[in-house]
Design a protein around this ligand. Structure first.
Ligand code: ZN
Length: 293
């Protein structure tokens, strides 16, 4: 088993947990410090898992839930605000991978007048997006098979942590789908504030390892934010990065080691418990009535 970030074979057990009654083992790479599951052990690397099982296990229903849609809608608005803040050119063509019901793509259409395309393996979610007129593909392989023109913006929102080969995947996006002048928008759970351990989370990213995976795959990160939007104003549950491709002849990058990951994780979760205890209404922002879990 090789580290999902640096490829090293040296790792030790970091944590054993249970998620939806499945036992999970997270390892830490002794070379770069990444926390990851073995893709060979993980259920989530079976393609059928995302087509049917994933949403059902997580939400007891394969259909989009009200809570899920509310979170996605508010997350989409926040992501568009971030793109406007960094003043990127309005993207003419935008691709969202893990597009769910297409809410983020609709938000891009409204904000930037973009032509949009989505990739979503979940059948019920993809159908939902298609009914709203968004061209959808069930996998990136199906999309590349039609040889689409390159994109100005590619977004991966809560997707990277699910991928068994994040390095190969990001390198493929850069080589085959993103314009040289394009931007990549990424968001993942922050291992120092979010539970992160979930059946389908094959890697748990820290601010350091997220930036390393982007740098290793030929991207320059020009915006990086820890934040809780739309769930919390006090907990930095998520990491958002915006990156641009480096020139193809840029020298290859030796991944730099993440330090004190276990200590920072423990401090982060200690802070989280304290905030939840003393500021419960600020720790987690209320979801609108009728849209609770
Ligand atoms: Zn590693």
């Amino acid at each position: 088993m090789n580290c999902l970030l640096c490829g090293s074979e040296q790792h030790e057990v970091f944590s054993r947990v249970e998620s939806f009654d499945f036992p999970l083992t997270y390892y830490q790479c002794e070379n770069c410090g990444l926390i990851f599951q073995s893709p060979a052990e993980a259920q989530a690397t079976d393609p059928q898992f995302y087509a049917e099982t994933y949403r059902q296990i997580y939400q007891s229903s394969p259909e989009p839930t009200q809570k899920d849609l509310w979170v996605q809608e508010h997350r989409a608005l926040a992501l568009v605000r971030v793109l406007q803040t960094v003043k990127i050119e309005p993207p003419q063509r935008a691709l969202d991978i893990g597009a769910s019901t297409g809410i983020l793509l609709e938000t891009f259409q409204r904000a930037f007048d973009s032509e949009v395309v989505g990739v979503e393996p979940g059948d019920a979610y993809r159908t939902h997006a298609e009914r709203r007129g968004i061209p959808m593909f069930s996998s990136v392989e199906d999309l590349t098979a039609v040889n689409p023109p390159r994109f100005d913006l590619i977004s991966l929102i809560h997707v990277l942590e699910h991928l068994p080969d994040p390095v190969g995947f990001l390198a493929m996006l850069r080589a085959d789908l993103l314009k040289e002048s394009g931007v990549l928008l990424l968001e993942v759970p922050n291992f120092y504030a979010h539970d992160s351990y979930e059946l389908a989370h094959l890697a748990c990213y820290t601010p350091h390892t997220l930036q390393q995976v982007l740098r290793k795959t030929g991207f320059h990160v020009f915006f990086f934010q820890r934040h809780g939007f739309p769930r919390s104003t006090l907990l930095n549950l998520y990491l958002t990065a915006i990156a641009q491709p480096l020139p193809l002849d840029a020298p290859s990058w030796a991944v730099k080691r993440d330090r004190l990951v276990g200590l920072k994780r423990n401090l982060g979760l200690f802070y989280r418990r304290a905030i939840q205890k003393f500021f419960p209404h600020k720790a987690w922002l209320p979801l609108p009535e009728g849209k609770k879990d």
